[in-house]
Design a protein around this ligand. Structure first.
Ligand SMILES: Nc1ncnc2c1ncn2[C@@H]1O[C@H](COP(=O)(O)OP(=O)(O)OP(=O)(O)O)[C@@H](O)[C@H]1O
Ligand SMILES: [Mg+2]
Length: 317
C-alpha cells in the first residue's frame, strides 16, 4: 500500500515511495474536479479537494494546497530516483478582514496536512496572545517555547497575531515574537506556524522583527466576499442545518447585504460571520413564529420567511 506522504520524526519530508504506478495527476491538478478512478495513492488528494470544496471562493488557497500536494509527491519521485528532495518551510500568514474564513481555513489545513502526512501528527494548537505572553521577565520565552513544543509535528495557529505587537518595546509580546522567530528557523520542518489577523495590523506586525517577513513563504490574502459569495455561504449554512429561504427572504437578505457592505466600514462588516449571525437569529425568530402560529408542517419547519429575518443594525456582529 502506498504511503502518499510522510514526514520523518525530525520533521523533514521523507520521500518513501514504493509505487510502480505511472498514473498521472495532471488532470487532477489542472481541472477543478478529479477523475472518477483516481489511483489509490492519490486518495488523499481527492479527500482534500472535497474538504476544500465546502468553502466558497478561496481559489488561491485551493490551488496552493494542490501545489503543495504535487510538490511533495514529486519530491518522493525524485528521491526514489536518487535526486535531491526539496525541503521548504510551510509557515503561513493569513491576512484578511473579519469573517473572511481565516480561522476556518487554518483548521482545514491542519486536517489536510495530516492526510497528506506533511506533518507527523497533524494536530492543531490554537493560541492567542494570552497563551504566549507571560507576566515577568523570562516567563514569555518559556510559555512560547512550551507552546511550540506542544505543536511539534503539527500546526501552531496564532489568531489575531498582531496583538503580540500591541504594547510596543516594553511589552512582553515582543519577547514572544522573538522566541517564535527563533523557533521557526530552528525547527522549520517540524511544525507549521500560521499567523492570522487583519491585513493592516499584520502588515504592521511584520515590521516589528526584521526576520519575520522572509520566514513566511506563504502569505494569503483573504478578500472580502461579494454579495453573491455571501449568499452562497448562507445557502450552504442553511442547507447543512436543513433550512431554506423563501424567495422573498432571499431577496431581502441580498438587498440587506448590499447596503450593509456599502454602509459599514470594511473592518466593521464581518463577512461570513455576519451572514452566520443573521441566519442564526432568524432561525430563532422562525421558531418563535411557528410556536405562536402553532403550525409545524414540513414546509413551515424548513422555511425561513422574509419576516423572520433579523438584521444587525450597524453592528459588526
Ligand atoms: N469561504 C467560506 N465558505 C463557507 N463558509 C465560510 C467561508 N468563509 C467564512 N465562512 C464562515 O464564516 C464564519 C466566519 O469565518 P472565520 O471565523 O473563519 O473568519 P475569520 O477570518 O477567522 O474571522 P476573524 O478575523 O474575525 O477571526 C464561519 O462561520 C465560517 O464557517
Ligand atoms: Mg478568526
Amino acid at each position: 500500500m502506498d504511503q502518499p506522504m510522510r514526514m520523518k520524526n525530525n520533521g523533514q519530508i521523507s520521500i518513501v515511495l514504493n509505487s510502480q504506478k505511472r498514473s498521472s495527476v495532471r488532470d487532477t491538478l489542472r481541472h477543478e474536479s478529479l477523475p472518477q478512478s483516481l489511483p489509490q495513492e492519490h486518495v488523499a488528494l481527492k479527500e482534500i479537494e472535497e474538504e476544500l470544496g465546502s468553502l466558497v471562493g478561496m481559489e488561491e488557497m485551493k490551488k496552493m494546497v494542490k501545489e503543495i500536494y504535487a510538490w511533495i509527491y514529486v519530491n518522493k519521485k525524485r528521491e526514489a530516483m536518487g535526486l535531491k528532495a526539496g525541503k521548504q518551510a510551510l509557515h503561513m500568514m493569513f491576512k484578511g478582514n473579519p469573517g473572511t474564513g481565516k480561522t476556518t481555513v487554518a483548521r482545514i489545513i491542519g486536517k489536510l496536512f495530516l492526510k497528506m502526512n506533511v506533518l507527523s501528527k497533524g494536530h492543531l494548537i490554537e493560541a492567542e496572545r494570552a497563551d504566549l505572553v507571560g507576566e515577568y521577565i523570562g516567563h514569555t520565552a518559556q510559555k512560547t517555547r512550551d507552546l511550540v513544543k506542544k505543536a511539534l509535528g503539527g500546526i501552531l495557529f496564532i489568531d489575531e497575531a498582531y496583538s503580540l505587537g500591541r504594547g510596543g518595546e516594553k511589552d512582553f509580546g515582543k519577547e514572544a515574537i522573538d522566541t517564535l522567530v527563533k523557533h521557526m528557523e530552528d525547527k522549520q520542518h517540524e511544525f507549521i506556524l500560521i499567523l492570522a489577523g487583519y491585513s493592516r495590523e499584520m502588515d504592521h506586525f511584520l515590521t516589528l522583527n526584521p526576520g519575520l517577513q522572509s520566514r513566511f513563504p506563504l502569505v494569503f490574502h483573504f478578500p472580502d466576499y461579494s454579495v453573491d459569495q455571501l449568499m452562497e455561504i448562507g445557502r450552504r449554512m442553511l442547507e447543512e442545518k436543513q433550512y431554506l429561504l423563501s424567495h422573498d427572504a432571499e431577496r431581502k437578505i441580498k438587498e440587506h447585504l448590499h447596503s450593509a457592505k456599502n454602509t459599514l466600514s470594511p473592518m466593521a462588516f464581518s463577512n461570513g460571520r455576519y451572514v452566520r449571525n443573521v441566519l442564526e437569529k432568524s432561525i430563532r425568530a422562525q421558531a418563535m413564529r411557528l410556536l405562536m402560529e402553532n403550525c409545524y408542517d414540513r414546509h413551515d419547519l424548513l422555511t425561513i420567511r422574509s419576516n423572520d429575518l433579523v438584521f444587525n443594525k450597524g453592528s459588526s456582529e
